[in-house]
Ligand binder design. Structure first.
Ligand code: XUL
Ligand code: CO
Length: 434
C-alpha cells in the first residue's frame, strides 16, 4: 500500500440522504435495472492519462500537481501503477484505459521505450491478478511527442508512418495480453493545419491502409475485442479527418471496413462538431457502429476540449436513452476521459471527481431506463410512423417508382393532412421523469 490516498476507505452506496462525501448516493453497482446490475450496464472506466499522468498545465502555466510518482524512472512508473490500482479499488470501478505513453517512461530509442512499456504491462498483469479492475481499452499516444506533429498514419514522412505502425502493434499486443475489451484509435494529429502544404487525398489513402493493417493484425493475433475510432472535429489539428460519426462511416465504407470497426463517442467531441451527444449516439446506432462512450463534457462558454467530469443529469439521460435504445454496451463502457481542474490539488479531489461522475451517470441512466420501461415515448414514436405499416405504403417504399406513385396519387386524389409533431408534449413527458 502507498500512503497517497491515506484514510480514504472504499466507497459504498449510502443512498440519496447520506451526508458522507465519500459515498455513492445513486450508484449502487448491484441495483437491478431492466433485469441487469447497474455496474454491468454502465461499465465505468478511469482514464489513466488524465488522473495519473497529466501534470495540471494549461496554455498559460505549467505543472500544478505534485505527485510522488512524477518523473522518468521505472520505479516511479510502478509507484504510479500502485496508486492507480488503489484508486480503482476505492472507487470500485470495473475498468480502466491507458495509452502507452501514460504508463512508461520514454526511452532513448524505440526499442528501449518498448522494453519499458512491456515491463509495466506485465506489472499491470500481476496487479490484475489481485485487483478486480479490468482493461476497457488500450490505445497509442501518437500525438504528444514532436515526431507526430504532422500526424501519425497520415504523416508526409514514411518513417513516422512506420514508427506509428510499430507503436500500434505494441499497444495492440499489450491490450490483447491484458484481456482488453476494445482497442481505440483516436486520430490525435490525423488532420491538417493548412491545405497549402497538405495532400488530403493521399493522407486519406494512408489512413485507410493503416486501419486495414490494424484490422488484419487483430485477426492475426486472435484479439476478440472491438476496434474503435474516436471521432473529433478539430483540436489539436485545425481540421481532424475523423470529424464526426458520419465522416467516420464514410471513411470506413470507402475502405471496406464498416463491419470491422465501431466508434467511441465522446460527449465533448460531439458538441465541438456542432452536434448533440445523443445525435452522435443515435446515428452510430442506426449505422451499426455504436461501440463505447467517453462521458466527459466541455464548458459551453469556452468552446474547446476542457475534458471535465460530467455533471448535467438531464443531458446525460438523453445520451443513456440512446445507449439503451442501441441495445446497451457489449464490449464498450462509460470511460471518464476527464481531468480535474488544475486547482484541485488534493488526492481526495481525484476520488470525489470520479465518485460524483459515477453518481450522476447512475442517476441519468436510471431516469432513461425508467422512460424506456414506461414506453410512452417509444409508443409515440411508433405511432408517428404507423402509416408505413399499411401494406400499400410498405410496397411503395419497397418497390414503388416515380410513375407508379404518381399514378396512385392521381387516382386516389390523396391530399396529406399535416399532423402535430407533439414536441412540447413529449418534452413534458420527458421532464416529468428526469
Ligand atoms: C482527446 C481524447 C483522447 C482519446 C484517447 O480529445 O479524447 O484522450 O480518448 O486517445
Ligand atoms: Co476521449
Amino acid at each position: 500500500m502507498t500512503d497517497f490516498f491515506k484514510g480514504i476507505p472504499p466507497l459504498r452506496h449510502e443512498g440519496p440522504k447520506s451526508a458522507n462525501d465519500f459515498a455513492f448516493r445513486h450508484y449502487d453497482p448491484d441495483e437491478m435495472v431492466m433485469g441487469k446490475r447497474l455496474e454491468d450496464h454502465l461499465r465505468f472506466a478511469v482514464a489513466y492519462w488524465h488522473s495519473f499522468a497529466w501534470p495540471g498545465g494549461d496554455p498559460f502555466g505549467g505543472q500544478t500537481f505534485d505527485r510522488p510518482w512524477f518523473g522518468d524512472t521505472m520505479a516511479l512508473a510502478k509507484l504510479k501503477a500502485d496508486v492507480a490500482f488503489e484508486m480503482f479499488d476505492i472507487l470500485g470501478v470495473p475498468f480502466f484505459c491507458f495509452h502507452d505513453a501514460d504508463i512508461r517512461p520514454e526511452g532513448a530509442s524505440f526499442a528501449e521505450s518498448l522494453r519499458n512499456f512491456e515491463e509495466i504491462v506485465d506489472y499491470f498483469g500481476t496487479k490484475m491478478e489481485t485487483h478486480r479492475t479490468r482493461l476497457l481499452w488500450g490505445t497509442a499516444n501518437l500525438f504528444s511527442h514532436r515526431r507526430f506533429m504532422a500526424g501519425a498514419a497520415t504523416n508526409p514522412d514514411p518513417d513516422v508512418f512506420a514508427w506509428s505502425a510499430a507503436t500500434v502493434k505494441a499497444c495492440m499486443d499489450a491490450t490483447h495480453k491484458l484481456g482488453g475489451q476494445n482497442y481505440v484509435l483516436w486520430g490525435g494529429r490525423e488532420g491538417y493545419e493548412t491545405l497549402l502544404n497538405t495532400d488530403l487525398g493521399r493522407e486519406a489513402e494512408q489512413a485507410g491502409r493503416f486501419l486495414r493493417m490494424v484490422v488484419d493484425y487483430k485477426h492475426k493475433i486472435g484479439f476478440k475485442g472491438t476496434i474503435l475510432i474516436e471521432p473529433k472535429p478539430q483540436e489539436p489539428s485545425k481540421h481532424q479527418y475523423d470529424y464526426d460519426v458520419a465522416t467516420v462511416y464514410g471513411f470506413l465504407r470507402r475502405f471496406g471496413l464498416e463491419s470491422e470497426v465501431k466508434v467511441n463517442i465522446e460527449q465533448g467531441h460531439a458538441i465541438l462538431a456542432g452536434h448533440s451527444f445523443e445525435h452522435e449516439l443515435a446515428l452510430a446506432a442506426s449505422l451499426g457502429l455504436f461501440g463505447s462512450i467517453d462521458m466527459n463534457r466541455n464548458d459551453y462558454q469556452s468552446g474547446w476540449d476542457t475534458d471535465q467530469f460530467p455533471d448535467n443529469v438531464p443531458e446525460m439521460a438523453r445520451a443513456y436513452y440512446e445507449v439503451i435504445r442501441a441495445g446497451g454496451f457489449t464490449t464498450g463502457g462509460t470511460n471518464f476521459d476527464a481531468k480535474l481542474r488544475r486547482q484541485s490539488l488534493d488526492p481526495e479531489d481525484l476520488i470525489l471527481a470520479h465518485a460524483g461522475a459515477m453518481d450522476v451517470c447512475a442517476r441519468a441512466f436510471k431516469a432513461a431506463a425508467a422512460l424506456i420501461v414506461d414506453g410512452s415515448l417509444e409508443k409515440a414514436r411508433a405511432e408517428r410512423y404507423a402509416g408505413w405499416d399499411e401494406p400499400a405504403n410498405a410496397a411503395m417504399l419497397a418497390s414503388g417508382t416515380l410513375e407508379s406513385i404518381s399514378a396512385r396519387v392521381l387516382a386516389s386524389g390523396l391530399d396529406p393532412e399535416p399532423r402535430s409533431g407533439r414536441q412540447e408534449r413529449l418534452e413534458n413527458l420527458w421532464n416529468r421523469s428526469v
